[in-house]
Design a protein around this ligand. Structure first.
Ligand code: ACO
Length: 332
């Protein structure tokens, strides 16, 4: 099936504060060597207190709109993938809508953790494919530094803050041999691993209370190895499926733009796919794991740097809490 939707603009925002591995080694029992060897991370960005999630999302969106040559008035919908929204209610997307000056359009959040951007992209593709909408803003944004236990060395070394955004618009309808656009998307969840990565307090199961705070149930809890194994397996299978659905082989893809969770996860999944490492885009050393923001940040950086060139294919894949995962193959 020819693509109906295409990414017509990208943008990202990274907060100014840099926290290095050496900084973390002063806070918990860890070392630069351990973090680099086990994760590939050297430093991450941290949002200052005056910045909230929708501020970062709106900044990334402004940049994507500019690249697309559009304004907020051209948008038909706003989808925000985040698990660290401004507040539990309402959706972060409505704050983004208000900050951008977009009016009377559906705006909502998706809770699919690190896969939130891919979920949003898949939904946007399908709305445009159905002919229901023309321009959809899809954002991945996380302010994880506010929900991390900075005394837990097993999680605090991994995450960073940031936002990435894309504008999805109509694909060119002129038939060509290698059409530009979203070629295929896959999204999936497995609730049997729901408790492997969670923020257990503050919801209907354990509402906010003094005990929740005292026991740090409002902070991220993770079984790292469960996530690691599931990530390698599912990133591989979702990537393979997205490529096959487009009638291609993994090695035909020009670039892989994977979720930046851990360099070892990326390397193992890509090795299984049989794609050379030279085709893999990486920025985890500089930004850490920014969850749903990681793919749109890396995509935008790689497009603006000229690494990804017009006409090339890019395979994106992500897995996170849920566990939820997905992939998308695009030709830019
Ligand atoms: N510094 C030093 N030592 C540490 C640190 C640290 N920061 N963290 C853990 N260790 C120790 C452990 O305590 C353990 O010590 P022990 O053997 O004395 O008990 C030892 O290192 C090994 O711990 P493991 O958990 O087995 O280490 P592993 O190689 O699995 O690496 C990691 C841990 C990096 C968390 C890895 O499991 C991982 O990356 N998992 C995936 C996590 C992930 O990607 N999560 C996010 C995806 S979802 C999302 O993005 C929202």
């Amino acid at each position: 099936m020819p693509p109906k939707a295409r990414i017509v603009g990208t943008g990202h925002y990274l907060p100014p504060l840099v926290r290095t591995n050496a900084d973390l080694a002063k806070m918990v029992d860890t070392s630069d060597d351990w973090i680099q060897e086990r994760t590939g991370i050297r430093e991450r960005r941290i949002a200052p207190p005056e910045i909230c999630t929708s501020d970062m999302a709106a900044a990334a969106a402004e940049s994507a709109l500019k690249m697309a040559g559009l304004t907020a008035k051209d948008l038909d919908m706003i989808i925000v993938g985040t698990v660290t929204g401004d507040m539990p209610m309402p959706a972060t997307a409505v704050f983004v809508q208000q900050k951008l000056g977009a009016v009377n359009i559906p705006s909502f959040d998706i809770s699919a953790a690190c896969a939130g951007f891919i979920y949003g992209l898949s939904i946007a593709d399908n709305f445009i494919r159905a002919g229901a909408m023309k321009h959809i803003l899809v954002i991945g944004v996380e302010l994880l530094s506010r929900v991390i236990d900075w005394e837990d060395r097993g999680t605090c070394v991994l995450f960073g803050d940031g936002a990435g955004a894309v504008i999805v618009g109509p694909a060119d309808s002129t038939p060509v041999e290698r059409p530009r656009g979203i070629l295929s998307t896959k999204i999936m969840s497995d609730g049997s691993l729901a408790r492997s990565l969670m923020i257990p307090g503050g919801g209907s199961v354990t509402p906010a209370s003094k005990e929740v705070i005292d026991e740090k149930l409002h902070k991220v809890k993770m079984k790292g190895q469960d996530i690691f194994k599931a990530a390698v397996k599912n990133l591989y299978s979702a990537s393979r499926d997205a490529v096959e659905e487009a009638g291609m082989r993994p090695d035909d893809v020009d670039w892989i733009c994977p979720h930046q969770a851990n360099l070892r996860i990326i390397n193992q999944a890509v090795e299984r796919l049989g794609v050379p490492k030279e085709k893999v885009l990486v920025n985890i050393d500089k930004v850490g794991n920014t969850s749903s923001a990681s793919i749109p940040i890396l995509l935008d950086q790689s497009l603006r740097a000229g690494t990804i060139k017009e006409g090339q294919t890019v395979l994106m894949c992500a897995l996170g809490a849920g566990i939820s995962w997905g992939s998308a193959l695009i030709r830019v």
